[in-house]
Design a protein around this ligand. Structure first.
Ligand code: 5GP
Length: 237
C-alpha cells in the first residue's frame, strides 16, 4: 500500500479541510484555527484551536469507540491532522440538548441553564447559505436527506452517545449542556463523523457554571484559548 500521502482537497469548511489520500476509503481531516459564529458573520481565529480540537476529538472518538460506538476516527497523524474513514456526510446537523441554552433559550423564552426533564434532539439542514435552518423528521423524509431507517439509527446512536459523553464529561467536572453531531455513511452503515470539541459543544464547569466553550468567542467573554486548553487538560487528566 506504501506510505500515506495527502492528495487533493475534497472539501473546505469553516473549521476543517478534508483531503483525499492514496489509501482507499481513508481521508485526512485538517483542523484550522479559524473561528466563525452567527452563520459566518463574526470571524476570527482562536490560537491553537486546530491543535486542541484535533486532539480533543481524537480523545472523545476513542472513548466512544471503546463504548462500542463506531465513528470515523482511525488515528492521529500529527498536531493538526487525523486519518478518518471516508464517510459521505449526511447533510443533517443533529443537536442534542440536556440543558436549555443558546437558540433554544431564545426560541422558547426560557432561562439558560434550565434543566430539561428529558434529552431533546433537534435537526438542522446543513447549509451555510441558508444558515442551517431547523427541520423535522418529515422534511428529512420528504427531501430524501436520510431514509427512515437511517434516521432511526441517527436517533438511537445520538441517545447512546449522549449517555456516554454526559457521564464522561461529568467525571471531568464538566456539564455537557448541548452539542452538535454529524453522521455519515460508510460501507452502507450510519456512523458518527465530524468533530466533538468546544466548537461544537457547550461545556460548563460543574461547580461555577463558567462557560468553557465557543460561547466565549461568540459572546466576547475573553479567555477563549485558555478555556479550550482547560477542557483538554481535564479530559486528559
Ligand atoms: P444552538 O442551536 O443553541 O445555537 O446550538 C446548540 C449546540 O449545537 C451548541 O453546542 C452549538 O455549539 C452546536 N452547534 C449548532 N450549530 C452549529 C454549527 O453550525 N457549528 C458548530 N460548530 N456548532 C453548532
Amino acid at each position: 500500500m506504501g506510505e500515506l500521502q495527502r492528495l487533493e482537497k475534497l472539501y473546505e469548511g469553516k473549521a476543517k479541510r478534508v483531503y483525499k489520500t492514496n489509501i482507499e476509503k481513508q481521508f485526512i481531516v485538517e483542523y484550522k484555527d479559524d473561528a466563525t459564529a452567527f452563520n459566518g458573520e463574526k470571524k476570527g481565529t482562536i490560537s491553537n484551536k486546530g491543535l486542541i480540537n484535533n486532539e480533543m476529538s481524537a480523545h472523545l472518538f476513542k472513548i466512544l469507540a471503546d463504548a462500542g460506538i463506531e465513528n470515523h476516527f482511525i488515528e492521529l497523524l500529527n498536531e493538526r491532522e487525523m486519518l478518518v474513514k471516508s464517510v459521505e456526510i449526511i447533510p443533517i446537523e443533529v443537536m442534542i440538548r440536556n440543558v436549555v441554552a443558546g437558540s433554544l433559550a431564545k426560541r422558547l423564552g426560557l432561562d439558560e441553564g434550565t434543566e430539561l426533564s428529558k434529552t431533546v434532539i433537534e435537526f438542522a439542514y446543513k447549509s451555510d447559505e441558508l444558515g442551517d435552518p431547523m427541520i423535522n423528521d418529515y422534511h428529512i423524509d420528504a427531501l430524501n436527506l436520510a431514509t427512515k431507517e437511517q434516521l432511526d439509527t441517527i436517533k438511537s446512536l445520538s441517545i447512546k452517545i449522549n449517555e456516554v459523553l454526559e457521564k464522561y464529561f461529568l467525571e471531568k467536572d464538566l456539564r455537557l449542556i448541548d452539542y452538535k453531531l454529524e453522521f455519515g455513511l460508510f460501507e452502507n452503515r450510519v456512523i458518527l463523523a465530524d468533530e466533538i470539541s468546544p466548537d461544537t459543544c457547550r461545556l460548563w464547569d460543574v461547580n461555577t457554571n463558567e462557560k468553557l466553550d465557543k460561547d466565549r468567542f461568540r459572546r466576547d467573554l475573553g479567555n477563549v484559548e485558555e478555556s479550550y486548553i482547560e477542557v483538554l487538560r481535564r479530559l486528559k487528566a
